[in-house]
Write a protein that binds this ligand. Sequence first.
Ligand SMILES: C[S@@+](CC[C@H](N)C(=O)[O-])C[C@H]1O[C@@H](n2cnc3c(N)ncnc32)[C@H](O)[C@@H]1O
Length: 458
Amino acid sequence: MKENKIPFKLKENIELTITGLGSSGEGVGKVSGFTFFVPGALPGERIQAQVTLLKKSYGQARLLKLLVPSPDRVKPPCPVYAQCGGCQLQHLSYPAQLALKRQTVVDAMERIGHFTKLSVQETLGAEDPWHYRNKMQVPAAQGRNHTLAIGCYAQGTHRVIDVKDCLIQQQANNRIVQVVRSWMEKYRIPALEEDARRGIVRHIMGRVGVQTGEVMAVLVTNEPQVPHLKDLTALLRQEIPGFTTLVQNLNTRHTNVIMGPKNKVIWGPGVIHDRLGKFTFTISPHSFFQVNTLQAEKLYETALQYAALTGKEKVIDAYCGTGTITLFLAQKAKRALGIEIVEPAIRDARQNARDNQVSNVDFLCGDAAKEMPELVRQGSRPDVVVLDPPRAGCEQRVLEAIAKVRPQRVVYVSCNPASLARDAAILRDKGFVVRKVQPVDMFPHTSHVETVCLLTLR
Ligand SMILES: C[S@@+](CC[C@H](N)C(=O)[O-])C[C@H]1O[C@@H](n2cnc3c(N)ncnc32)[C@H](O)[C@@H]1O
């Protein structure tokens, strides 16, 4: 048998040039044809690294020394950047992040979809790439020496480290953590001791209506009885402009799922509102809502523009979530149908349509892979299909159904360039042409990129 020998040893020092970034923002480069992933290294850099992991076809290495640093390298402003792992690109300047995200899309379309000479637009970036997240969920833990830590898990562990000011959270969310922390210290309210399953506060959650200024705090607790909640309400109201509501969520299970099923409203209406375009959405502790309100508007506006609706079209919005894109489409379509597999999301979608007095929409709860072929079988002939699937992309049956009905336009909204490239290539083989590709930066300082792609019939 031929031996497949890896020409490196663990702990060996290597020297390499980084040529790209991996899906988690780590630098990628080759030594003698063998691929290494190096966290913290940037494209264009010449580095020294130590081998930490060896697999058959790739390895991992720890950055030891920058021999030639990238001109786009910056000092990450967050003091816990290296431990937290929530951001992956803070060490790259924002303009370079945008260029890199565009290149990620270009590379995937070329490598996986075999698209050449595609014109991919510049990434639509955020005006302010900091303090954008409208939703926060942070763990609280009581350490062995009874010190309180609230912030994030140290990468790859269940140890909570303190984060005083998260640079990508809305400031109101950071203020919630500060207020809850001082309340816990003042009244000696214990956080969870994970091993002993003792304590009260497990997680602190914050949600902000970016366009309305409304703020919600949710205390996820391990016990139903929590003392001094009146004082906490008073403190939150005093310290946080726009503070709207405090909710307690009970989660007594030994699980990684953050919230339990039950909410108890401590003060206020138990919900907040935010706006996308001209629509207002009600957000409860459990509701799904895009975490970057301002960039979500850009994403949806791009999808709407690509749909090029005139008022006569029938539109299907597959994978519609709580129906936000469906409502955007309904503004300019004759009728829009949203399809979504999660029942509570469909309930929210129907409520969102009622609240916004949109009557030309319908919602169907089901698996797009079953519902799309069934709709085709029943004679449905949409003029435009919008797809916004999870990271894995569309099931083959969805793409086949689209090929059968031959809509004039397919607008594909994707959070994963690799599955977009694969699915766009399948649609190309079924007679569609990729016309436009627009990356949108929904999550600055992370390695994620969202893309809107327009395909039309050949
Ligand atoms: C990327 S999200 C898009 C949500 C929505 N378009 C938005 O912008 O808020 C993908 C959605 O697809 C839903 N989903 C996942 N698999 C599905 C399936 N097989 N059929 C229908 N919906 C599905 C998920 O529950 C989720 O709401």
